[in-house]
Design a protein around this ligand. Structure first.
Ligand code: FES
Length: 629
């Protein structure tokens, strides 16, 4: 049996009983599937053109001929479907890479380096064994004697020394500190490469940020510390759920679930690496090391470590700082002997992406107090300075990434990121890359909410002013909605609307973020006046309009000069650690001292969250610069 997919004209083989979602994936199309295939998000819907499918009862309203692909299964005969080229396809995402540069005070002292040794030739008077001869010279050259030497290297050693006429190039991994080994989680030096003679040329490392939504990779020349290529794509794990909880559930409840999630993360990274390598004409085996930053769940799943206890009280990860692992055990596209390191987590929901961010922004080395906020599917934040740091995380939900919003989509071509309202509710929209509108991205949602509030289209509870007499405001099948773009002007021909329930979702997300910030401040007995700078990190990048975010009560009402965009600090911190053992030591030390505030304990967060479910807030005094009607 065959599945034909329009408008791509793809045809793949299918089997009776297989799901349509898997069939679509086997054709290389990644459909959004926020709920992980439970039939609740509606993101995986496609149009059935011909053929028969066995479909389970749908919890979502579907149009004529529409089916949820996760709930539809092949029976007999060929099937043809149509998948409109809109936000439901996970492709063309604009991944921001190193868009903002931050100063790097660390010198070049990478986690892998090559050393050329010229050994004295053995003789009857100098007849110590080959290994001792090498180690003596290594100690003399770089001062390290606590070195691990594997059997694999031992088996190569006699040949390599003689082939190179007693000159040998040694590849050293995990020079944790120049003094040789700090003893933290497997910290030691290991010889992972031996080659005869003096080997010239560059060698490389990978800095990786595994986000819940996207994966970003920098390929770094370890001889210069320079980035030679960058890439970003969707995290293929999204097919198993949008957020970390859905993915943990999948990894636990589904047969082979953990392995599937691990392979999805590895494939996401490998696809990027292999593309970069072929463009740069670099061999895979010349990548000798990799540093990965990610939230606690992402790191567990990437390493294939069961993550189920992260979501069960008392919310304990298997490891905050897993030991470095040789690439051969994971199958990353790099030298199989090279080590993969992960950055340390502080708690189940404050992971290596945040400690990496603290490293990259130097928050923990400044006297003045900074607040770092990383906004993604989770809102994670750290407050502190060189003496102390306190962190917490809240679930913002997927709305800023397009989930839970009728026309929500990622920041990709055709996403509305700004609106202007003229007389008689005439609306002009701005879209990414000026493409025909397809949906609304996260920064667009914040802009729309702020504009609607100022124009009094919505009130402080986020409800539409039903006194507005205009065809744009109407009662649709899913409740009250406001038309942003009429179907004749959109990519897919449907009116792009924002629902009252969409606005509710954004209010809950912004309420969680602001509530978490308030709890953090209260815990240290401080006000925003005590904070010198607020650093905004995460996928929003500088597309987030801070003024709009203040207007809706998502970010604190402090002078705009206090805000600074810092971009993807998770990736930047990973790269700093890759190119500097001292940076890596610093982030490990810093994470041990950081306080983790669990917002699920006590009522503080719930009270703050509920107070923040208004626009901008129930307490006007917190948003004095926002004119409230
Ligand atoms: Fe199919 Fe969510 S409804 S993946």
């Amino acid at each position: 049996m065959k599945l034909s997919i329009r408008p791509d004209n793809l045809v793949v083989d299918i089997e009776k009983g297989g799901s349509l979602l898997e069939g679509v994936r086997s054709a290389g199309i990644n459909l959004a599937s926020s709920c992980g295939g439970k039939g609740t998000c509606g993101k995986c819907k496609v149009e059935l053109v011909t053929g028969n499918l066995e479909t389970k009862a749908s919890m979502k309203k579907l149009g004529a001929n529409e089916v949820l692909s996760c709930q539809s299964f092949f029976t007999d005969g060929d099937v043809t479907i149509n998948i409109p080229n809109d936000g439901r396809r996970l492709s063309g995402h604009k991944v921001l890479i190193n868009e903002i540069s931050l100063p790097n005070p660390f010198g070049l002292e990478p986690l892998f380096r090559r050393v050329v040794l010229r050994l004295p030739e053995p003789s009857l008077d100098n007849n110590i064994d080959d290994l001792s001869r090498l180690l003596v010279e290594l100690k003399r050259e770089i001062g390290i004697e606590d070195i691990y030497f594997s059997l694999e290297m031992m088996q190569k050693l006699p040949r390599v020394l003689r082939e190179g006429n007693w000159t040998v190039t040694v590849g050293l991994a995990l020079l944790s500190c120049t003094e040789g080994g700090c003893g933290i989680n497997g910290c030691r030096t290991e010889i992972i490469e031996l080659e005869p003679g003096e080997v010239q040329g560059a060698y490389y490392g990978l800095a990786v940020d595994i986000g819940t939504t996207t994966v970003k990779v920098n390929l770094v020349d370890l001889t210069t510390g320079e980035t030679v290529a960058s890439g970003g794509e969707y995290n293929l794990q999204q097919r198993y759920g949008d957020d970390v909880i859905n993915r943990i559930v999948y990894s636990t409840d589904e047969k082979d679930g953990l392995n599937r999630l691990q392979q999805a993360a590895l494939t996401s990274i490998n696809n990027l690496v292999q593309k970069m390598l072929s463009e740069q004409k670099i061999k895979e085996e010349h990548i000798y090391t990799c540093v990965v930053a990610g939230n606690t769940t992402m790191v567990h799943l990437f390493l294939g470590i069961p993550a189920n206890n992260i979501r069960l009280e008392p919310y304990i990860p298997a490891a905050s700082l897993p030991y470095p692992v040789k690439s051969r055990y994971l199958g990353l596209a790099m030298n199989p002997n090279g080590f993969i390191y992960t950055l340390p987590a502080v708690g189940s929901y404050v992971g290596g992406d945040i400690t990496s961010g603290v490293l990259a922004t130097r928050l923990s080395s400044k006297e003045r107090i900074s607040l770092l906020i990383d906004i993604g599917t989770n809102g994670e934040m750290v407050l502190g300075n060189s003496d102390w740091q306190i962190s917490c995380a809240c679930s913002a939900g997927p709305c800023f990434e397009g989930g839970g919003i009728k026309y929500g989509m990622r920041a990709m071509d055709g996403a509305i990121d700004k609106v202007d309202i003229g007389p008689d509710y005439e609306i002009t929209v701005n879209t990414i890359n000026d493409k025909k509108p397809q949906g609304i991205c996260g920064s667009g949602l914040i802009d729309i909410m702020s504009t609607f509030l100022k124009e009094e289209i919505i009130g402080r509870t986020g409800k539409f002013d039903k006194n507005i007499k205009n065809t744009r405001l109407r009662l649709g099948e899913e409740g009250w909605e406001f038309v942003l773009v009429w179907g004749k002007d959109t990519e897919h021909g449907n009116d792009i609307v924002i629902l009252e329930t969409d606005i509710d979702n954004v209010i809950r997300a912004k309420g969680a973020i602001f509530g978490a910030i308030r709890v953090l401040m209260k815990n240290v007995g401080m006000t925003f006046d005590n904070v010198s700078e607020i650093l905004i990190a995460g996928g929003f990048g500088n597309s987030l309009n801070i003024k709009d975010a203040i207007t809706i009560g998502m970010l604190p009402d402090v002078p705009l000069e206090k805000y600074r965009y810092v971009g993807n600090t998770s990736l930047k911190g990973a790269q700093m650690s890759l190119t500097s053992v001292r940076a890596f030591e610093e982030v490990k030390e810093m994470s041990k001292g950081m306080t983790y505030l669990d917002l699920s304990i006590g009522n503080d967060f719930m009270e703050e969250f509920v107070s923040a479910l208004f626009l901008p807030h129930t307490d006007f005094t917190l948003f004095k610069s926002v004119a409230v009607n």
